[in-house]
Design a protein around this ligand. Structure first.
Ligand code: 13P
Length: 261
């Protein structure tokens, strides 16, 4: 059985002090939960807060550290970038890549995302590869093609083992930060399509192992229905991950329907 994931993407929010307060708060709220039953929990603060949060999480609280981006070269003349070995150095284990905000505002392409995925996996970290259609693409019936093409390009030349270890997040752009959650059955349909695409590219075994999350206005009131779907393995959460109580509720809601056996 695939272990579920609840991942917070804090985006461009929180000073170091605010970020450490939030993670301390989350720790207290999930303190009494059975760690064996908990989903994989990930928080992804801004770069400047990563080290302070890594220090707080040092003693293994069942919370993993994620970064929101990386560069694919290890070092060199690439002003403003942060490399995977640098993230590894401060105990980051997951890296979100290809988020629609990066595709839209920073010109990130599927070729870039593929290079980043390879660098992340080659250094032993796990990429969370985001994909999803815009409202315009959905309304013109292009959803399936857009998402399929993104996944084929993003996973290009990864080994089966690397693909199996990776995480994909299906985030319809029109559902991000809008309060308009994608119907759970429709999210499940697209996620199934993504899994079948992974099977075509990397084989059924990798497709059965890869964890595929839904993202887009996930909140405590939607999580149980989302996690009851056959192919949704968890959530990548923006707004609700900035409130300790809501984030803890997402973890608890996931445990109610999908506690790992
Ligand atoms: P919201 O949960 O705020 O809609 O954001 C989703 C997202 O972009 C997570 O990466």
């Amino acid at each position: 059985m695939r272990k579920p994931i609840i991942a917070g993407n804090w985006k461009l929010n929180k000073t170091v002090e605010e970020a450490t307060e939030l993670v301390e708060d989350i720790k207290v709220k999930i303190m009494d939960l059975d760690k064996n039953q908990m989903p994989t929990v990930i928080v992804s603060p801004v770069f400047t807060a990563l080290k302070s949060i890594a220090d707080i999480l040092e003693h293994g609280q069942g919370i993993h550290l994620g970064a929101q981006n990386c560069y694919w070269q290890d070092s060199g003349a690439f002003t403003g970038e942060v490399s995977v070995p640098m993230l590894k150095d401060i105990c980051v284990t997951y890296v979100i890549i290809g988020h629609s905000e990066r595709r839209q505002y920073f010109g990130e392409t599927d070729e870039n995302i593929n290079l980043k995925a390879k660098a992340i996996l080659n250094h032993g970290l796990i990429p969370i590869i985001c994909c999803g259609e815009t409202l315009e693409q959905r309304e013109s019936g292009q959803t399936d093609n857009v998402v399929k093409n993104q996944i084929i390009a993003d996973l290009k030349d990864l080994t089966e083992e690397q693909t199996a270890k990776s995480v994909i997040a299906y985030e319809p752009v029109w559902a991000i930060g809008t309060g308009k959650t994608c119907e759970s059955s429709e999210a499940n349909r697209v996620i199934k399509l993504i899994r079948d695409t992974v099977a075509e590219v990397s084989g059924r075994d990798a497709a059965d192992k890869i964890r595929i999350l839904y993202g887009g206005s996930v909140k405590p009131s939607t999580i149980e229905e989302q996690m009851s779907q056959s192919d949704i393995d968890g959530a990548l959460v923006g707004g609700a991950s900035l409130k300790a109580e809501d984030f803890a509720q997402l973890i608890k809601g996931t445990m109610l329907v999908r506690a790992p056996k």
